[in-house]
Each structure stands twice: as structure tokens, then as C-alpha cells.
Design a protein around this ligand. Sequence first.
Ligand code: PLP
Length: 395
Amino acid sequence: MVNKKAYLLGSKRSSIRELFEYGRRRAAEVGKDKICDFSLGNPSVPAPEELKEAYKRLLELPPLEVHGYTSAVGCDELREALARNISETFGFSAKARDFYVTCGAAAALTSVLGALTVDCNTEFIALAPFFPEYRCFAETSGAKLKVVEADEKDFQIDFEKLSKLINNNTQGVIVNSPNNPSGVVYTESTIKRLASLLTERSAEYGKPIYIISDEPYRELVYGGVTVPFIPKYYSNTVICYSYSKKLSVPGERIGYVFVPQNAENADELFNAVAGTARAYGYVCAPSLIQRVIAACVDIKPDLTVYEKNRDILYEGLTKMGYFCARPDGAFYLFVRTPENDGNSFSERAKRKDLLVVPGAGFGCPGFIRISYCVDTDVCLRSLPIFKELIEEYCR
Ligand code: PLP
């Protein structure tokens, strides 16, 4: 006998992973240059040179210093660097003790959702389109995930629908901006409106409703767009961060939870995050990468290729008649499909060796996601296929 829920989660791959594995098999059959694989958010830009240098330098240190356990919450050196980075970048007070170092944003989210799940009535709210793993993270904590339908015209927040979903059991709203899959950045006015709604509703229920801000794409923005730093607008914010995308190190599994001191019950919440992480075995993230990141926290990513890819695809597809909200960040394009059925479009595209993820898992069935963290050549090769596809619908 095994745990049924765990079995179901483990035996059924996510649609993204399914497509990615298919792409690998297909590339082995027909050649990599014959397929356009936009399935996975695996950064194509190499990790910065400084990171490589930091690895080399650190590997010269006594082995126990780089390969031994750090403290469960992460090494002091990294936590101090994180606090300095947040204070300097955002002019926001942060202390080393506010950070719990994790294996990426996934472990950070799981730890925060677990920490905030008080009983089986606990609810979290996701704003469509949303990262599909939120459901599994919330439900594994024993909570429910409620979803606010997308405002498909610009993918900001539909406040009327959000307001209706908030109730006495709501413990948090998960915010992801720049967004996977839409690439949209929430404007300052959206964040202010969200802060004001949650302040009002927290007062009504006499308890904090937290914003859980999932920020793996915080620095991936184009054209000088600013991503509002949410703790400045709403004190009951907890940040889940990852270096996977910014520094192109998704396989190194490194990120953190930041619980600002001015959040309500900050110490209690931090300890509950640490407790959940402990229960899942998420203690002492890999030591070497912790120290590498400590030396590289201030590096800015090179976005040249992503921005070029975004422009090629956004301009190319909209000219053909596809609709998508202009993405200011991340490396995704979320496109409405001509027949309003992302599954069917994705299947048709797959037959032409064009791999795009159906939008249903993100809460928008009439869309597909294009992950453009690929070589520019793939974007250029894909345009005639997208054209062929839209023309098939017009016949
Ligand atoms: N949140 C979002 C929105 C993501 O897109 C991803 C990964 O693609 C994650 C969380 C998980 O990130 P990590 O690789 O740091 O666990």
C-alpha cells in the first residue's frame, strides 16, 4: 500500500514535463534542428562568467568549508549578502535572520504554504494564469487552492472576482509578477489596489491575509519596466525567490524565503517556515551553491537574447493575427489560440514539430504558452509554422 495522493502526483507528469520529454525523444529521431521546442522554462543563456569563477575559487578552500553542512536556515555569509542586497536594491530594511535559504522557489513556496496552513479549511488564492504547481503545493499542505479567473485583456488582476473569493479561511494570495505564463508585470496601481483590498479584508476578519510573492523572474524585465517591490506596499508580504532564472542555474536548486520584520507575527511565521522546511527535509540547501551565490548576489542578468526573442515572436505573431498581452518580463508569451482551445492547438502544432504548452493547466484553456528562453534561431524557424497553423483555421 502506498499513499494514493502521492502515487497520483508521482505517476502523472505535468503537461509541461510530458511535452519536454516528448521533445527530447523527437529530437533524437529527427534532429534537434528540425523541431521548435518551446515547452520548458530552462534558461538558454549560459550562467554568468563570475559564477564559474566563484565556483573555481571556492573549490580551492578546505573541503569542509564548502562541502560540509551549513546551518539549517542557510549559511551566515549568504543570509548577510541577501539582507544587504535587498536593503540596497529596494531601500527596504532586511536582516540576515529574515532569510531561510531553500532549494529554489519550489521549496520556498511549499515551506510558506505549509507554515500558513492552519487546518483543512485553509484557503490560498491563485490569480490565473498561474504556475500549475501551486495546486500541488497547496493541496499537499492540506489547504485548498481557489483560483481567480484571468482578466484576459491585459492579465492584470480582476478585483471583483478576487474580492468574491476572499473569506475568513483565506490565509494568502499568491502573486507572481513578472508572470509565468503571461510575462505580464503587475503595475504599481494593481499592487496598490491589491494592498488596499487585503488591508480592508484582513481588518474585517481580524487576522492577516498574506501576499505570498513568488519572484523567480524579478530581474527579468525589458525596456526599463519596474517591478514594484511588494513589501513596500503591503507589510504582510512573504517573498519566495529563486536564482534559477536570473542566473541560469535551475539545476543548482537555490533560492530563499524572506519574511520581513514588519510582517505581522514575523518571528512566529519565520519559525513555522523553518519548521515546515524541516518536516520536508529542506534543511541546509547545498553548501557550495550557497557560497557561490553569496559571492554573486549583485550580478545583473544579460537579457539581450530573451528581449530579442520576445520582439521576434510578439511582433511576428501579432502581425499574423494572434492575440497576446505584450510581455514586459520573464521569458514567456501567452497566446490566445484561434479556436479557443489550447489543447487542440498544441496537438496540431505538435504534428508540425512545434511544441507549445496548452494553457488549461495555467487556468486559461483558450491559450498556449511559448517559452522563448531558446536560441533565436528556434524563434525564427517557428514563424512560418505559426503562420501555417493560423491559416489552417481561416480556410
Ligand atoms: N514559480 C514559478 C512562477 C516558476 O515559473 C517556477 C519555475 O519555473 C518556480 C516557481 C519554481 O522555481 P525553482 O526552479 O526555483 O524551484
